[in-house]
Design a protein around this ligand. Structure first.
Ligand SMILES: [Zn+2]
Ligand SMILES: [Zn+2]
Length: 247
């Protein structure tokens, strides 16, 4: 009781000094770790009507038994995939906030949304959560890896082990924002390896690979190929946000 009282007073003091702001746009909000009403309206959650492989919203698909046209034509070396949000409006602001500011409070909320989508992707309690790594030079500059922040929240929410040193990015790849699909795949192919001393950790184990955004799927494909080549079991992928084409 006393502890609870003390904790409440501290948070009241903190709220007074640092009034809670919207995770996406910094407008003042009533409670910490939330979105303002405007940002809620433009947060597009992806439900169960989605491609079972890449998580793109798919009309009429129920319980993840459908595959989109893109996944029928592009090699997807992973088993199943999901995303929590469309990469648009608030989804995009949250990804940018995670990437460019040290906003671990975004990871807490976004990682919980991702965990809710993860059920069809988790093969059992031995499933290992692995974030897509940054190249060390970028991590030094940015000081943290946003995918690892999300992965540790997802791991905590699901009660699964998370390891952020399973994959290493051995080539500093170019930023992919302006690239077409073919260039994206070429840019990251063979950019990831599993160091030999990490291979025993993943041998035969199901892996849930985590990233902030899935665009073409090139990064997930390169990581999945590296993991499977190093002896991992089933690989599934989970992104906070998935690029979508709005009709
Ligand atoms: Zn807002
Ligand atoms: Zn798909």
């Amino acid at each position: 009781m006393l502890r609870q009282f003390a904790a409440t007073s501290v948070s009241t003091v903190i709220d007074h000094v640092f009034p809670p702001t919207c995770l996406a746009c910094n407008a003042r909000v009533a409670a910490a770790s939330g979105l303002c009403p405007t940002c809620w309206k433009t947060t597009y959650f992806i439900g169960s009507s989605a491609c079972q492989t890449c998580g793109v919203p798919l009309d009429g698909a129920e319980d993840g038994d459908a595959t989109c046209d893109e996944c029928l034509t592009v090699a997807r070396p992973w088993h199943k995939g999901r995303a929590a949000l469309a990469y648009a409006e608030t989804g995009r602001s949250l990804v940018m906030g995670l990437k460019h500011g040290d906003r671990s409070e975004i990871a807490k909320v976004a990682g919980a949304w991702m965990a809710r989508q993860a059920e069809p992707l988790v093969a059992g309690p031995e499933t290992l959560i692995v974030p897509v790594p940054l190249h060390w030079s970028r991590q030094v500059k940015r000081r943290f890896n946003q995918a690892a922040l999300l992965a540790s929240v997802v791991g905590r929410e699901l009660g699964l082990e998370m390891q952020d040193s399973i994959l290493r990015r051995v080539r500093a790849t170019q930023t992919m924002q302006e690239m077409d699909r073919q260039t994206r795949f070429a840019n990251v192919s063979e950019a990831f390896v599993v160091p030999p001393r990490k291979q025993a950790k993943i041998a035969g184990r199901p892996i849930l690979l985590i990233d902030d955004v899935m665009t073409s799927g090139a990064t997930f494909a390169a990581c999945s190929t590296a993991l499977k080549g190093a002896g991992a079991g089933n690989v599934c992928v989970l992104a906070l946000a998935r690029t979508v084409k709005f009709a």
